[in-house]
Design a protein around this ligand. Structure first.
Ligand code: TXA
Ligand code: MG
Length: 353
């Protein structure tokens, strides 16, 4: 379904939205656009349909899915003991890149929550997808639409690359505006806990919530055998085929460190300002180092692009952790299996893989 052209006749758009909604209500798999990344959706109340998501992605069974809803009015249908703070946050940040973890009601099947007694819920900021969910009348369980372990999909062509022949439809809603997945906040504990940094900066949440505990999995500081609270945070993720090394520190210094380490078959991910240093290399630019929105939009595309090249290793510059930098850096570090060089300290830090 190509729904990128909003100048089509209204009736034609409505027919496509109804057809897309029917795929969901009939138990099928439908890739949907959101402002963060493309999702691979199914009826979140239909255990059999949700099982097909896991098969299509090759996703580990213990990794729960997020339910997508059109408004906070749907929360009491699927969640128990919804705290007032959830409504405050929904009023402020929904539709938008915030997923809240809440206690689930038993209508939400074990397939969706991977057996947990909690469920992640979010309201995506995409008009087409909101219209499809409303037309279907059911919450849509949707992980990111990539094959498990690959970088997330930020356009319909990426979804086709990973899911062609495995799913019943792709809704093309254009490129994703945010480019990294939603921020996940666990509201079942006090103080609330950040389980995954994402498209909504931590600082914006803190301004409303007050104290937020940052889960150790966010920084990669988990000890051997320790389990992150968001099961998905423990997997090596977003990884291109070639191994990635992330170089943190000031951009001048990280560029120097990469220049020193790189060989002829090294691919480079760098800020626009430093592209000139790496002429002749397979190169993906992240945008200006002052423009973290651009970096978020570019990061998955940059990681994905190397799989079509013959690079044997990849070095990446990394933004600082303020604002969207926390999410962009987290995605790069996860792609690197937390193989990190600190250009300021000139020491190599190896965390969990
Ligand atoms: O922006 C997004 O959140 C995208 C779009 C499609 O909405 N979705 C997405 O889904 O990123 P996925 O499945 O790729 O990542 C969901 C993450 C996983 O790390 C999972 O472990 C965690 O959310 N999660 C889901 N339900 C949870 C729960 N009840 N408790 C803790 N973590 C949960
Ligand atoms: Mg994912």
């Amino acid at each position: 379904f190509d729904l990128t052209d909003i100048h089509r006749p209204q009736r034609e758009i409505e027919e496509k939205i109804d057809a897309a909604a029917r795929i969901l209500t009939e138990g099928g798999l439908l890739a949907i656009p959101t402002e963060t990344v493309y999702g691979l959706g199914a009826n979140g109340l239909d255990g059999a349909a949700v099982r097909r998501i896991f098969e299509a992605k090759g996703r580990p069974q213990d990794n729960p899915l997020i339910l997508h809803v059109p408004s906070s009015q749907w929360l009491p249908r699927f969640c128990e003991d919804v705290p007032p703070l959830a409504y405050v946050l929904a009023a402020r940040f929904w539709p938008g890149p915030l997923t809240m973890i809440l206690r689930r009601k038993s209508v939400v099947p074990d397939e969706t929550t991977a057996g947990l007694d909690t469920v992640g819920v979010r309201c995506p900021n995409h008009m087409v997808t909101q219209a499809i969910i409303k037309a279907a009348g059911v919450p849509v369980a949707a992980p990111s639409a990539n094959l498990s372990g690959r970088p997330s999909c930020t356009c319909a062509a990426d979804v086709l690359e990973d899911m062609d022949g495995k799913i019943d439809g792709i809704v093309d809603g254009g490129p994703c505006q945010v480019g990294v997945e939603s921020t996940i906040l666990d509201l079942t504990c006090v103080p609330p806990r950040l389980l995954r940094p994402g498209g909504l900066p931590l600082e914006e949440l803190e301004a409303v919530v007050g104290e937020i505990v940052v889960d150790k999995a966010v920084t990669g500081a988990l000890a051997e055998g320790e389990k992150p609270k968001a099961p998905g945070m423990k997997y090596r993720h977003y990884a291109p085929k070639a191994p990635v090394t992330v170089v943190v520190g000031s951009p001048e210094k990280s560029a120097q460190v990469i220049e020193k380490h790189m060989g002829p078959a090294s691919g480079i991910i760098c800020f626009d300002e430093y592209a000139g240093l790496f002429a002749g290399h397979e190169l993906q630019t992240l945008g200006s180092y002052t423009d973290k929105s651009a970096q978020a939009q570019r990061v998955f595309d940059a990681l994905r692009a190397f799989d079509a090249t013959s690079v044997t290793e990849i070095y990446a510059q990394c933004p600082d952790s303020r604002g969207l930098g926390l999410a962009v850096g987290n995605r790069l570090k996860k792609a690197a299996g937390f193989h990190i060089i600190d250009a300021d300290a000139r020491r190599i830090v190896i965390g969990i893989t």
